[in-house]
Design a protein around this ligand. Structure first.
Ligand code: SAM
Length: 251
C-alpha cells in the first residue's frame, strides 16, 4: 500500500484530519471580524473532509471554495455538506496548494487549519497573499513551540518532520514581514489533539494493524503514527498548533 492510500484509509471517514475544534474555529472567526459581514468569499485550503468548512458555512454569510489535493476527502466533504444543509454555499476544488489558479484579490478570507505546513508556513503566507482582497483575512493553524526550550526527543522529532516549526513570536514575525498585520493568536488546547483527533486516529490505527497484519509497510506506517501520538502525550506542554489570524496590509 502506498503511503497516500494509507492516509486516505486512515482519515477518509474522519471528521477532521488534524488537531482542531469547532470552538477554536469559531474563536478565530470572532478575532477575524468577519462575523458581521455579508456576501463573503472564502477559500479553505487543505480542507480535508471539511471540519472548518462546515463550521464557517454555518456561521457566516459566505460562499466557500474548499481546496484539497485528495479527491476522496472532497467526496466525503460533499456528503457532509449535504447532510448539514449547506451544499449550495460550498464548491470543492481538487488542486495542490502550491499551484492554485485563483484570480488575484478574489477572497475576503483564506482559511487553512493544520495544512499550510505542506508548503511551509512562510511560502504559504507569501504565496496566498495575492488571492486576498485588500484588508482580507488570513486564518491559519500551524505547528508551534509553546516554550523557548523543549525536551530533546520532542525537538529532534519535529525538527526532522517539519524544520519550520517555531515559536509564536517567530510565526508572528513571518506574518509581519510578508505584509500582514496580526490580529490574534491562540494555541489549541490539548483536547483539540487528543479527544478531537488522536483518539479516533488511534482506534482506526488499531483496526488497520489487524486488517493489514500481513502487509510489509502498513505496520511501519501505523508505528510512525503511534510514535507521534505517544510523543505528544508525553510533551503536550511544549508544542501545539497555534491559530494565527492576520489582515492583509494594502500595498
Ligand atoms: N484542514 C483539515 C482539518 O483540519 O481537518 C485537514 C488537515 S490535514 C492535517 C492536511 C490536509 O492537507 C489534508 O487534507 C491533505 O490532503 C491536504 N494536503 C496536503 N498536501 C496538499 C497539497 N499539496 N495541496 C492541497 N492539499 C494538500
Amino acid at each position: 500500500m502506498e503511503y497516500l492510500d494509507f492516509l486516505v484509509e486512515l482519515h477518509g471517514n474522519a471528521e477532521r484530519q488534524g488537531p482542531g475544534g469547532d470552538e477554536q474555529t469559531r474563536r478565530a472567526v470572532e478575532l477575524s471580524g468577519l462575523a458581521n459581514k455579508q456576501g463573503l468569499r472564502i477559500a479553505d485550503i487543505g480542507c480535508g473532509t471539511g471540519a472548518s468548512v462546515l463550521t464557517l458555512a454555518k456561521m457566516l454569510d459566505a460562499e466557500i471554495t474548499a481546496v484539497d489535493f485528495l479527491p476522496a476527502f472532497l467526496t466525503e466533504l460533499s456528503l457532509r455538506a449535504a447532510s448539514n444543509g449547506v451544499s449550495d454555499r460550498i464548491t470543492t476544488v481538487e488542486a495542490s496548494m502550491d499551484k492554485l489558479e485563483f484570480e488575484p484579490s478574489s477572497f475576503d478570507a483564506i482559511w487553512s487549519e493544520g495544512a499550510i505546513y505542506n508548503i511551509g508556513f512562510e511560502a504559504g503566507v507569501r504565496d496566498w497573499r495575492q488571492y486576498l482582497k485588500p484588508n482580507g483575512i488570513l486564518a491559519v493553524s500551524e505547528l508551534t513551540w509553546l516554550t523557548e526550550t523543549r525536551p530533546q526527543d520532542l525537538e529532534r522529532f519535529w525538527n526532522e518532520a517539519y524544520p519550520e516549526v517555531g515559536t509564536a513570536s517567530e510565526k508572528l514575525s513571518v506574518l509581519e514581514r510578508n505584509g500582514y498585520t496580526p490580529l490574534g493568536y491562540f494555541p489549541l488546547p490539548k483536547e483539540c489533539w487528543m479527544e478531537n483527533y488522536y483518539h479516533p486516529v488511534r482506534r482506526k490505527l488499531n483496526s488497520m494493524r489487524v486488517k493489514y497484519n500481513d502487509s510489509e509497510v502498513v505496520p511501519k506506517y501505523v508505528e510512525q503514527e503511534l510514535q507521534e501520538i505517544r510523543l505528544y502525550e508525553a510533551h503536550s506542554d511544549y508544542v501545539s498548533y497555534g491559530f494565527y489570524i492576520a489582515k492583509k496590509l494594502t500595498d
